[in-house]
Design a protein around this ligand. Structure first.
Ligand SMILES: Cc1ncc(C[n+]2csc(CCOP(=O)(O)OP(=O)(O)O)c2C)c(N)n1
Ligand SMILES: [Mg+2]
Length: 393
């Protein structure tokens, strides 16, 4: 399923296979054209700028869309966990469950002309950009129908045609690349911006400050999004950062601290940041979020933090549950209808896994493609630099 189909446009809630729950909701929503005003959970804290007001207006259909999109992402990551344990996914695999509100809220504020670039925790951002579940699972399992033809795996999802530039394994390295994208956007005067995402661990890297310096000097339309899930692998932020106020770490660059578990707060902050960046240059958004899984599949995630901490966040700040409560409070659907939607999504995820499993492994000739740009005739010499051993495709 392409999440783009579920984007925040009213009336695009239902998947093409009509399900009872979906049509019921559709009937209700067609009469509910009202806008709803929501207080965001935690007011923004600002650095060198006036924060936007802590309220946002939405519609019943956007609320339902947020619910469906985040529940799909949650289910996808749970399925990836099982596939990894069944050894159908090999190598690295970093899951995003807990952080879904960042992907969904950001996507609701921007267009596909805007660019997103991130680190290795990239599956859900790819879905948000319109990637499909099947492409995701195929990539995770190294199959040729994957979004990177099965050659990237979990850390290297891409969808350039809708502004998604990956998927990067070197911590922090995506930020200078993102600033490069923003440079291109300014140069071409196309009124779009780049969101460069990085973690709290990456926030301490030198390259981030070097890139930010250039972005600020040249007023580039760049938004640095620090997804602060409070841990870099097994290291708590307080052990790694003298100042964990990441939204202020740009010093001369403005910043906002945002409740990253509230999709509406994220949406509002991203709208604000886009407007700011187009007029004035870079801004930092610190998203206060949490990952439920360990750092990667080899980390049980419970040795450096308590189980109570994890369950406390689930109970009090879970991004999907927050939207569920809003939908129920505004009588937009019943609990049963929402559960039926989740059942339907679960089936969609399972069907996509089954289809992805049918995809073949890449052909061995693919080992030599997508390594060098075609047509440059890259030559490989022996150690003496005289004997030509191969001309690569
Ligand atoms: C340059 C570099 N150093 C170290 C690593 C190993 N490493 C991978 S993820 C990670 C932690 C990064 O944490 P954070 O930036 O908070 O992102 P999160 O995993 O929490 O999303 C480290 C140290 C790496 N991949 N690249
Ligand atoms: Mg982190």
């Amino acid at each position: 399923m392409a999440l783009s189909r579920l984007s925040s446009t009213a009336g695009r809630l239902c998947s093409p296979t009509p399900a009872t729950a979906c049509s019921l909701l559709h009937r209700q929503l067609s009469t509910a054209s009202d806008t709803i005003t929501i207080d965001i959970s935690v007011p923004f804290t600002a650095h060198r700028c006036d924060p936007p007001p802590p309220t946002i207006t939405t519609t019943p259909s956007e609320l339902l869309t947020f619910f469906r999109d985040m529940a799909t992402m949650r289910r996808m990551e749970i399925a990836a966990d099982s596939l990894y344990k069944a050894k159908l996914i090999r190598g690295f695999c970093h899951l995003y469950d807990g952080q879904e509100a960042v992907a969904v809220g950001m996507e609701a504020a921007i267009t596909k002309k805007d660019c997103i670039i991130t680190a290795y925790r990239d599956h859900c951002l790819f879905l948000g950009r319109g990637g499909t579940l099947e492409e995701s699972f195929a990539e995770l399992m190294g199959r040729r129908d994957g979004c990177s033809k099965g050659k990237g795996g979990s850390m290297h999802f891409y969808k350039k045609e809708s502004g998604f530039y990956g998927g990067h394994g070197i911590v922090g390295a995506q930020v200078p690349l993102g600033i490069g994208l923003a440079f291109g956007q300014k140069y071409l005067k196309d009124e779009s911006v780049t969101f460069a995402l990085y973690g709290d661990g990456a926030a301490n890297q030198g390259q981030l400050f070097e890139a930010l310096n250039i972005a600020a000097l040249w007023d580039l339309p760049a938004i640095l999004v620090c997804e602060n899930n409070h841990y870099g692998m097994g290291t708590a932020e307080w052990r790694a950062a003298k100042s964990p106020a990441y939204y202020k770490r740009g010093d001369y660059v403005p910043g906002l601290k945002v409740d990253g578990m509230d999709a509406f707060a994220v949406k509002k902050a991203c709208q604000f940041a886009k407007e700011h960046a187009l007029k004035n240059g870079p801004i930092i958004l610190e998203m206060d979020t949490y990952r439920y899984h360990g750092h990667s599949m080899s980390d049980p995630g419970s040795t450096y933090r308590t189980r109570d901490e994890i369950s406390g966040v689930r109970q009090e700040r879970d991004p999907v549950e927050r939207i569920r409560k809003l939908i129920l409070a505004h009588d937009l659907a019943t609990d049963k209808e929402l559960k039926d939607i989740e059942k339907e999504l679960r089936k969609e995820v399972d069907d996509s896994v089954a289809k992805a499993k049918e995809s073949a492994l890449p052909d061995s000739s693919e080992l030599f493609t997508n390594i060098y740009a075609k047509g440059y005739g890259v030559q490989s010499y022996g150690a003496d630099r005289k004997e030509l051993r191969a001309v690569l495709p």
